[in-house]
Design a protein around this ligand. Sequence first.
Ligand code: ZN
Length: 174
Amino acid sequence: MNCPFCKHGDTRVLDSRVADDGTCIRRRRVCSECEKRFTTVEQMQLTVLKRSGATEPFSRDKAVAGVRKALKGRGVSEDALAKLGQDVEDALRAAGSAEIASHEVGLAVLEPLKQLDEVAYLRFASVYKAFASASDFADEIAGLMAARADAELQQATPEIAAPETTAAQAEPTN
Ligand SMILES: [Zn+2]
């Protein structure tokens, strides 16, 4: 690949290593012309299999397009939306498949969106899960409330910390 500094076409790899999570390879390179160093990251290409049978490269923008609509008027920042896109991509990459069905992308959106904004989550889920009636909303809300009650219960009963050893303090100091 071309040097990002001088655009020279010949660069050498100094070092390659797999990232800690195993999802990409980082290569340290040096330009043979200007001798500046830079790092490239090689990632598996995620491909989305559409319902039509066509495939396209995974796009974070496309993955969050439906979320953006669902968040309309909710006052959620672009940064938070970008973070959600990152989380979705991370979750899909962590699953380890190179090709993912488009509905799996929607599935990967649901959980982080639930954490981000419950109203947007309900809007998104109503489209994604093709809600047919008010009772579908009621069921989904019941699920949300149950999950929230569980989370609050867990926060209310923190694990009791192990007592610190007092042996050293019990020793006479003189
Ligand atoms: Zn160069």
